[in-house]
Design a protein around this ligand. Structure first.
Ligand code: HEC
Ligand code: HEC
Ligand code: HEC
Ligand code: HEC
Ligand code: HEC
Ligand code: HEC
Ligand code: HEC
Ligand code: HEC
Ligand code: HEC
Ligand code: HEC
Length: 327
């Protein structure tokens, strides 16, 4: 176990010399001696306070007042083990007295990914209830907080990111950069939208579309729906006549969400090849257990007019007036 965060819940420091009293014991004391309970908490002796770090780590210290973690020093209300430098690096006395002995302080450069995660989550766990962080694809691949956040060297205005958001991600997902350079794309590289409009890098729960398969760290908007609907709200429905492909399989059945060579981010260059992947009458499913209906005999596939399915089936995402999405 690294850090002392885990002790916070169970051990309380009251008076100098009276170290590490169990909470149960303290409650008894509280009842008996309300006056002592009101006295300010005094730091236990292995904590020296953040000012002690200033002399030897001026580079870190001088910028720290801008860090959101400075709050704990400014407020003066947190217990020593949640205050300032020692809130993350643990008690500093032995390190200071050892003239900077690296083995006597929590040095993140020496920690395993799982230990870093635990250390940050001692304070941040409550913030990530929707993220399922311990099961996320990132955590399982040993990608943890410090791969994306930089506590002391962030040059970003928000969230202590190690770099501009997309550059953080491209550092490991280089192929995705190329997808956002395609002729048709969401303008992520231009700064119009961000990866986190669609993804939650901390993790997510299995979504309801696609039977929960392929979650892909998808940010779940409005409860449990696809993040796409936040912006493309006209596709949300519910429609009187739903297109099962949209409702059940999800937008990425027909669209490449990042970028595509094809108009409207479609997966196929000509629309009928996309439709006929399903509408070919094959298989043993669909309404009449006869497969997804093939286009009817009225459709002459040799007539180029019929190849542009969406010139007639204009409400392809769902319709309130026509079961075949003609209007
Ligand atoms: C929120 C947790 C946190 C707090 C608070 C914190 N640090 Fe750090 N510190 C880290 C992490 C994580 C690293 C590893 C480098 C990184 O990811 O930025 C680090 C690295 C360091 C290093 C190694 C050199 C470097 O810049 O990478 C020193 C020295 C250091 N911290 C000192 C301090 C001092 C002094 C304070 C108080 C002014 C402090 N830290 C407050 C988390 C913290
Ligand atoms: C007497 C000077 C001195 C003081 C005071 C001091 N440090 Fe250090 N610290 C050092 C030196 C020197 C190193 C580098 C050790 C090495 O690289 O082997 C170091 C290394 C560290 C590291 C490890 C960085 C890494 O490589 O990941 C951390 C974290 C750190 N100090 C935090 C603190 C904190 C927090 C305080 C205040 C409680 C503090 N230091 C006070 C001298 C000091
Ligand atoms: C794969 C990269 C990545 C990892 C790993 C990661 N973060 Fe983040 N984090 C981000 C990005 C990107 C944002 C900005 C989100 C936004 O712009 O809405 C963010 C935002 C945050 C925020 C502020 C907004 C919020 O969601 O509350 C906190 C706090 C945070 N991260 C803490 C952590 C902690 C703690 C860990 C490790 C347990 C962690 N992050 C791991 C990328 C990451
Ligand atoms: C001692 C408790 C504590 C620990 C440990 C801790 N944090 Fe924080 N963190 C905070 C507090 C308090 C804030 C400010 C919260 C706020 O403003 O809502 C904060 C804010 C943040 C933010 C948001 C910055 C912003 O601009 O909103 C990020 C990102 C973050 N921490 C990352 C980390 C990472 C990464 C670690 C582990 C290296 C870590 N924290 C460890 C208490 C902690
Ligand atoms: C418009 C929404 C959207 C944006 C913006 C977006 N993504 Fe995605 N991303 C998706 C969807 C949807 C999937 C799932 C595709 C699928 O399963 O077919 C996905 C899949 C992925 C995958 C998994 C690829 C695979 O096929 O296994 C990665 C990695 C990824 N995105 C990274 C990123 C990065 C990095 C950014 C920002 C630079 C980003 N995404 C921006 C919607 C988006
Ligand atoms: C330190 C490297 C690293 C960074 C930084 C990083 N990722 Fe990842 N990411 C990975 C690894 C490793 C995986 C798991 C293996 C894989 O699917 O490629 C992954 C997986 C993913 C997936 C697919 C999840 C799944 O279910 O298959 C998405 C989406 C994703 N990352 C988005 C992002 C976004 C958005 C960012 C920036 C906020 C980001 N990543 C930053 C390394 C990273
Ligand atoms: C943050 C808002 C936002 C989110 C989330 C979002 N989009 Fe978009 N989308 C846009 C904007 C803005 C455009 C207009 C294109 C542009 O100029 O960037 C667009 C354009 C499109 C287009 C049409 C492209 C064209 O050529 O006209 C499609 C298709 C599309 N998005 C599908 C999706 C899908 C699928 C998702 C979810 C995976 C999604 N969008 C998520 C904002 C968003
Ligand atoms: C069955 C395949 C299919 C699915 C699933 C699908 N779309 Fe489309 N989408 C299309 C086709 C085909 C077009 C082109 C229509 C045209 O050319 O008139 C299109 C066009 C679009 C456009 C641009 C034109 C417009 O109508 O605004 C957006 C935005 C869009 N889709 C978003 C979405 C979103 C969001 C989802 C998920 C909720 C989704 N699509 C699911 C087939 C699909
Ligand atoms: C991922 C598979 C899939 C794709 C791709 C797809 N569809 Fe569908 N479509 C379905 C399913 C499933 C139904 C519902 C069939 C049922 O109710 O039996 C359906 C229903 C329909 C219906 C209504 C049929 C009826 O009899 O009620 C029309 C019209 C239709 N789709 C046209 C299209 C067009 C045009 C395209 C191409 C832009 C397309 N579909 C792409 C799966 C798909
Ligand atoms: C010229 C206009 C037009 C074009 C182009 C067109 N359709 Fe249709 N489609 C219709 C009309 C009208 C109906 C309803 C009457 C009928 O079944 O012929 C229909 C019905 C359907 C049905 C429902 C059949 C059933 O038995 O319930 C499907 C599926 C379908 N079309 C798919 C497609 C596909 C796939 C394409 C592209 C390859 C396409 N349509 C192109 C006009 C068109």
């Amino acid at each position: 176990m690294i850090g002392t965060g885990a002790m916070v819940e169970t051990q309380v420091y009251l008076l100098p010399g009276v170290r590490r009293i169990r909470v149960v014991a303290m409650l008894a004391l509280l009842a008996a001696l309300p006056a002592i309970a009101l006295a300010p908490a005094t730091a236990p002796p292995d904590y020296v306070g953040s000012v002690a770090c200033k002399g030897c780590h001026p580079d870190v210290w001088l910028k720290f007042y801008k860090n959101p973690h400075f709050q704990s020093i400014a407020s003066g209300r947190e217990p020593a083990e949640r205050t300032g430098c020692e809130g993350c690096h643990g008690p500093g006395r032995a390190h200071v007295e050892g003239h900077g002995d690296k083995s006597k302080i929590i040095a993140y450069s020496q920690l395993r990914p799982g230990q870093i995660l635990d250390s940050c989550l001692t304070c941040h766990a409550a913030q990530m209830p929707r993220a399922n962080i311990r099961n996320s694809a990132h955590t399982q691949a040993n990608v943890v907080c410090t791969n994306c956040h930089s506590i002391h060297k962030s040059n970003q205005p928000k969230f202590l990111l190690a770099n501009i958001q997309r550059e953080v991600c491209y550092g490991c997902h280089a192929t995705v950069r190329a997808q956002f350079e395609m002729p048709v794309k969401h303008r992520v590289n231009e700064g119009v939208i961000q990866c986190t409009d669609c993804h939650n890098p901390h993790g997510s729960f299995a979504p309801t579309w696609r039977m929960g398969a392929r979650p892909r760290l998808m940010e779940q908007a409005m409860g449990n729906e696809e993040p796409c609907l936040k912006c493309h709200s006209d596709k949300r429905g519910p429609f009187v006549f739903e297109h099962a492909a949209v409702r059940m399989d999800g937008c990425e059945t027909c669209h490449n969400p990042h970028g595509s060579m094809n108009a409207k981010l479609l997966k196929r260059p000509v629309v009928w090849t996309l439709c006929l992947e399903c509408h070919n009458g094959a298989g043993n499913f669909g309404r009449a257990a006869m497969g997804v209906p093939a286009q009817s005999r009225t459709h002459n596939m040799f007539d180029p007019r019929f190849q542009r399915c969406t010139t007639c089936h204009v409400r392809i995402h769902g319709s309130n007036s026509d079961p075949t999405f003609l209007r």
